[in-house]
Every structure is written in structure tokens, then in C-alpha cells.
Design a protein around this ligand. Structure first.
Ligand code: PLP
Length: 283
């Protein structure tokens, strides 16, 4: 969606319609950098601390200079301050390795409206397909240069997977490992419910630790749910009472169809979705 607010890390508010990066910026030519996307609701960025912690973690995985989190907090506050209107919006933090010649990291934050598609998925759920990510569940440990679990700017593969899902008549993707484990969505964490137990795959499987899943699990535990982080087999999705994709902007969208098959009982799925969305909203 169109960027409506643009603030550079030094706090300068710029016209988002004007060019910002130099032609040799490594974000543009190599996808070499990291980012975060936060939901701003009622004038406050949700889960700012966990998002900044993950920005720092991703930066460390890419050997980028350690982000100055106070400056990023200031940048977030400036975007929130300059946002016009009361609607929720998406606030993105971008940290690039910077110009190939300058060698100085580039940091900026943007504010953009939330797409109608995302809002519709919260209400209607979505159809997903499982796609093989081509890595085993121990690849993160064996091959750290793959940067599995870092939120890098190199999302072309994730976007290609979403387009592939579209060609198959689905809206989203559940990535699986070559050894049959559920990983994550291209822009989301997978959560499933069996009875009153929620489960999500572990970060060690080479996936991004989700801030939304973190909030959801803390709120659900307070409400009496059992919450587990552990391996999930692809076939576990077929027998679960509910499967969701969780992420900061979409919050929680139920996967009602997987690989063309209806998942679980629709009424149970809808009831659980409402319950978990309310827990998230109140957290
Ligand atoms: N996994 C991937 C690959 C993502 O890109 C995202 C968010 O965009 C998530 C998981 C969910 O993370 P969060 O809940 O912090 O938005």
C-alpha cells in the first residue's frame, strides 16, 4: 500500500513521494538489510519492544551494525505523530546495509494503510497451500548463512510462493521442510489448536520467532489454554480443531482450506477464531 509517512532514522520527516535511496543502496541491489512491520492501533505501536529486539537480532545475524534502539523508538514516535486519521496502520522499519560506496547503513520508517484484503481475511479466513521450502528442519543450525529466522529484506522467494499459491487458487502458503515439518507462512507464523492446547513450530526449525504468536500465547495462557512450542508435522494440520496464520498486521486469520481440502469443523473453527482474536485484541 502507498506509503503516507516517511521518517529517516535521524528523525527527518520526508515527502514519501520523493526518492530516498541512492542507486547503489544494498537494500535495492542485494536485498541486504533487515526490516520489521508493526501494527499501530489507537496511536500506539503494538509490541514495540519485541519488534525492536527482533530487529537487533536480525541485524546481528547479518553482521550489520547494532541498531540504536532509542533512535528507532524516536523514529516510530515520529511516524505515529505524523499519521493522519484514526485508522490502524502498518509501520515498517527498514535497516539497509546502505550505499555500496558509502558503506553507511540506511535506516528509515514508513506508515502505510492496511489493505482491505488483510482485513477481509481476519473475518473470512483464507485458503492456503503447503509448499516445500526446500530446506530440512535442521538447516538453520547446519547452514547459518541461509539466514533462516532473520527478517531480511530478501523476501522475493516469499512473494514468489504467494504468487504460486495464487496460481493454485489459494491466498496463502504454509511452508514445510523437506523432512515433513511445518515451518511458517511467507509472512506469518502457523498456530494450531487441538482441544484447549495451542501449538506453534519452534524458531530452531529456521523460522522467524513471531511477535503476534508470542502475545497470543501469553494471553491464551492467562485465559487457561495450554500453549506449546514444538515440532508440528504437516499431517497435524489436518486433524487440528483450528489452524491460523498469525502476523502483526493481519493478527489472526483462520486457514479454512488447505491444499483444496476443508480444514476442521467450520463452526468450531469460527468459534475458536473469535475467541483467540478477542484474546489478541485485549492483550
Ligand atoms: N514469519 C515470517 C516469515 C514473517 O514475515 C512474519 C511477519 O511478517 C511472521 C512470521 C510473523 O511475525 P510477526 O507476528 O512478528 O509479525
Amino acid at each position: 500500500m502507498a506509503v503516507q509517512v516517511l521518517v529517516t532514522l535521524d528523525g527527518t520527516v520526508l515527502d514519501p513521494k520523493l526518492p530516498l535511496l541512492t542507486a547503489d543502496d544494498l537494500a535495492a541491489v542485494r536485498g541486504d538489510g533487515v526490516f520489521e512491520t508493526l501494527l499501530v492501533r489507537d496511536g500506539a505501536a503494538r509490541e514495540e519492544g519485541p519488534h525492536l529486539a527482533r530487529l537487533a537480532r536480525s541485524a546481528a545475524m547479518l553482521d550489520l551494525p547494532e541498531p540504536d534502539l532509542d533512535r528507532w523508538r524516536g523514529c516510530i514516535a515520529a511516524v505515529v505523530e505524523h499519521w493522519v486519521g484514526k485508522d490502524d496502520f502498518a509501520l515498517r522499519l527498514i535497516l539497509s546495509r546502505g550505499g555500496e560506496s558509502s558503506g553507511t547503513a540506511t535506516g528509515y520508517a514508513t506508515g502505510s494503510p492496511i489493505s482491505a484484503t488483510v482485513l477481509a481475511q481476519q473475518t473470512n479466513g483464507l485458503a492456503a497451500v503447503t509448499l516445500d521450502r526446500g530446506v530440512s528442519s535442521d538447516a538453520a543450525e547446519r547452514a547459518p548463512w541461509l539466514l533462516l529466522g532473520a527478517k531480511t529484506l530478501s523476501y522475493a522467494v516469499n512473494m514468489a510462493a504467494l504468487r504460486h499459491a495464487g496460481r493454485l487458487g489459494a491466498e496463502d502458503v504454509v511452508f514445510t521442510s523437506t523432512d515433513g515439518y511445518v515451518l511458517e507462512g511467507p509472512t506469518s507464523t502457523v498456530v494450531l489448536a487441538t482441544g484447549r492446547t495451542l501449538r506453534t513450530p519452534p524458531a530452531e526449525a529456521g523460522i522467524l520467532p513471531g511477535t503476534t504468536q508470542g502475545v497470543l500465547f501469553r494471553a491464551a495462557e492467562r485465559a487457561g489454554w495450554e500453549c506449546e512450542v514444538g515440532p508440528v508435522r504437516a499431517e497435524d494440520l489436518l486433524t487440528a480443531d483450528g489452524v491460523w496464520l498469525a502476523s502483526s498486521i493481519r493478527l489472526l486469520a483462520r486457514v479454512h482450506t488447505l491444499d483444496g481440502e476443508a480444514l476442521g469443523d467450520a463452526a468450531t473453527g469460527a468459534r475458536l477464531t473469535t475467541e483467540l482474536q478477542q484474546l489478541l485484541a485485549g492483550a
